[in-house]
Write a new protein. Structure first.
Length: 338
């Protein structure tokens, strides 16, 4: 099992450089309220030489598939063939609130989107008549989508961020890897079962498929103190939008923390984000994060490996700390994995 790092945009280059020195396989750039993935990876591509680069995940409603393909081809070319294109359909609040894109039939839209991206990366002119995407649109005989980027891989890996069973099966069927967020080892094992079913439709073997849970991490001799550094991130993500459609709330409910979800949202609605963070149960953080000293983190990494993870991505971005603290997390996790 390999290690990856989920970067934070403000220290992305320094974190990626240190991760490369420590032997990390992959540096992932998140995309959300704070930063886009492509800009961060453009910086990191110029400051590293070996480590693979991934988007985690470029949001499908944010870009037409042609733009995603062009961005991926550009990043792959300037990095010397190191890009892994992570895509995600996002969630209703972000899709509709940020990008003005309806969220209905997300699996259909994802399938069509990936088909267009793959066709564009192969370098031939692309026309497409789907339910959600039409190229060209409007019945005009417009110039077809055609990438002229030089130096990229036409078959660069595409990963899907997925949560529900149907989306996981889709990932197994049409993608080269899965990006998971805030998942326990047990949830990784369950995800692998769904991915295997999708993989069977494609006729592939799971060993060829990347299984990458992205796991928050905090280092301290006391696991409780380490968890406190992650509470703000958990409270923030679980407090976004509607509790019934928020994917992180759904994950927490499946782990048995439905009452905590309600309390967190009550605090967020009242404007008390500190109380929302305090309401995140230690047990939820402990189930889905790497906490404590090296030995405890090593045991937890072994559980993710045994559950089927091919790479565990260390979310240094989740911890309430500075650059020195995030570098310590990278170094401790590398020691734990050795």
């Amino acid at each position: 099992m390999e290690l990856a790092v989920n970067l934070i945009f403000s220290d992305a280059a320094a974190l990626a450089e240190r991760a490369e020195e420590l032997g990390y396989e992959l540096a992932l750039a998140p995309e959300g309220y704070r930063s886009d993935a492509a800009s961060v990876l453009g910086l990191v591509a110029g400051r590293t030489r070996r480590i693979a680069l991934g988007t985690c995940a470029m949001q499908i409603p944010a870009r037409p598939p042609a733009t995603a393909a062009l961005t991926a081809a550009t990043l792959d070319s300037i990095s010397g063939g190191r890009l892994r294109l992570g895509l995600g359909v996002s969630n209703p609040d972000v899709s509709e609130g940020w990008y003005g894109v309806p969220f209905e039939r997300p699996l259909e839209r994802t399938r069509e989107y990936v088909e267009i991206v793959r066709a564009a990366l192969r370098g031939d002119p692309v026309t497409y008549q789907g339910r959600h995407f039409r190229l060209p649109a409007g019945g005009r005989q417009a110039a077809p989508l055609h990438l002229y980027t030089a130096g990229h891989r036409p078959d660069l890996p595409i990963y899907l961020a997925a949560v529900g069973p149907a989306n996981l099966r889709l990932a197994g069927e049409i993608a080269d890897g899965w990006l998971g967020a805030f998942v326990s080892p047990e949830a990784v094992a369950d995800a692998c079962r769904h991915i295997e079913r999708g993989r069977a439709r494609r006729g592939g073997e799971l060993p060829d498929f990347a299984v990458i849970p992205c796991v928050p991490a905090a280092v301290d001799t006391d696991p409780g103190e380490a968890a406190d550094r992650l509470r703000g991130q958990y409270g923030y993500l679980m407090g976004i939008g509607d509790r019934d459609t928020n994917i992180y709330c759904g994950l927490a409910r499946r782990l048995g923390f439905a009452e905590a979800v309600d309390r967190i949202h009550e605090h967020v609605a009242a404007g008390d984000h500190a109380a929302a963070a305090a309401a995140v149960p230690f047990e939820l953080i402990n189930a889905t994060a790497l906490l404590g000293p090296t030995e405890r983190i090593a045991a937890r990494l072994a559980e993710y490996r045994d559950a089927g993870a091919t790479t565990v991505s260390i979310m240094v971005s989740a911890a309430d700390t500075d650059l020195a603290g995030r570098l310590q997390i990278l170094e401790t996790c590398a020691a734990a994995a050795a």
